[in-house]
Design a protein. Structure first.
Length: 270
């Protein structure tokens, strides 16, 4: 996928959890659309460095920062380093997320806290640091008509309940109101806050759901478009939400799910 390198020219972006999957795809796409990118990673230093090297090899600008998004001190340090290196930040993509699945009655407090800590608290902490910088700097019309953009990577499970994954579904449901409330509060400052809710996308997080023909066939029953999504499907939406092409879009969730949220079970059941 190639973008106009002028779409995000001069903009600085930070993508959390960008060493694999959807975050990697978004980091690469933002860079090819002209943004300078911070590739945040938790434990995959080599993978993150490879993405940085590839972006630089294509004449882009990038560097990697290790930080656990659920740790306030590490998030603050990551933003200080970003501002020191890039001078400011225009785009935050809050992507880092994990699953720790268990039947409800067997779910440990640790499984609950880990998922809420990374998927929800982590997204709060990063958004707060980005918003501080957007408010400090304000709009630079030659760069973007917004003072800043925050993009949450939520999930169809912000609306579809998910047995055996109550921590994950609760974290994504929480993102919905976190995103909308921040959008409402910051809109007068020309800050745009939106979510992308992916359906089933082929990445490491859900490998067991698509890595055998049987598993993929079962998954396709849930997808009216009859294909599992790929990271580019999400990255294209992220580039659009990061750009001024979506200047009048604020506080909304863009479902990129091949129709998964259309209740496909009702298609022949009416
Ligand atoms: P992934 O496992 O490849 O990506 C998750 C990333 O988050 C990894 O790079 C991981 O290292 C990073 N991460 C984990 N804990 C972290 C922490 N404490 N601090 C910083 N980074 C951390 O899987 P993915 O599918 O690319 O997931 C990315 C996002 O997309 C997640 O929020 C996930 O919930 C969401 N999502 C994925 C799908 C899908 O079908 N793949 C569907 C809906 C939503």
């Amino acid at each position: 996928m190639s973008y106009s390198p002028y779409l995000l020219k001069g903009q600085k972006a930070l993508v959390t959890g960008a060493s694999s999957g959807i975050g990697e795809g978004i980091a690469r796409s933002l860079a090819s659309a002209g943004a300078a990118v911070v590739v945040n990673y938790h434990s995959q230093a080599q993978e993150a460095q490879k993405i940085v090297d590839d972006i630089k090899a294509a004449n882009g600008e990038a560097f990697a920062i290790q930080a656990d998004v659920s740790n306030e001190d590490e998030v603050k340090a990551m933003f200080s380093q970003t501002l020191k290196h890039f001078g400011t930040i225009d785009i935050l993509v809050n992507n880092a997320g994990v699953q720790k699945d268990a039947p409800f009655v067997d779910m440990s407090l640790n499984q609950w806290n880990t998922v809420i800590g990374i998927n929800l608290t982590g997204q709060f902490l990063c958004a707060r640091e980005a918003a501080k910088e957007f408010l400090r700097r304000g709009v630079q019309p030659q760069i973007s008509s917004a003072a800043g953009k925050i993009i949450y990577i939520s999930s169809v499970h912000e609306v579809i309940p998910w047995a055996g994954h109550v921590n994950y579904a609760a974290s994504k449901g929480g993102i919905n109101m976190l995103m909308k409330s921040i959008a409402q509060e910051l809109a007068p400052h020309k800050i745009r806050v939106n979510s992308i809710a992916p359906g089933a996308i082929k990445t490491p997080i859900n490998k067991s759901a698509w890595d055998t023909p049987q598993a993929e066939a079962k998954l396709l029953e849930l997808i009216p478009a009859k294909r599992v999504g790929n990271v580019e499907d999400i990255a294209k939406a992220a580039v659009w939400l990061a750009s001024d092409e979506s200047d009048y879009v604020n506080g909304t969730t863009l479902f990129v799910d091949g129709g998964m949220t259309l209740y496909p079970g009702f298609a022949d059941n009416g």
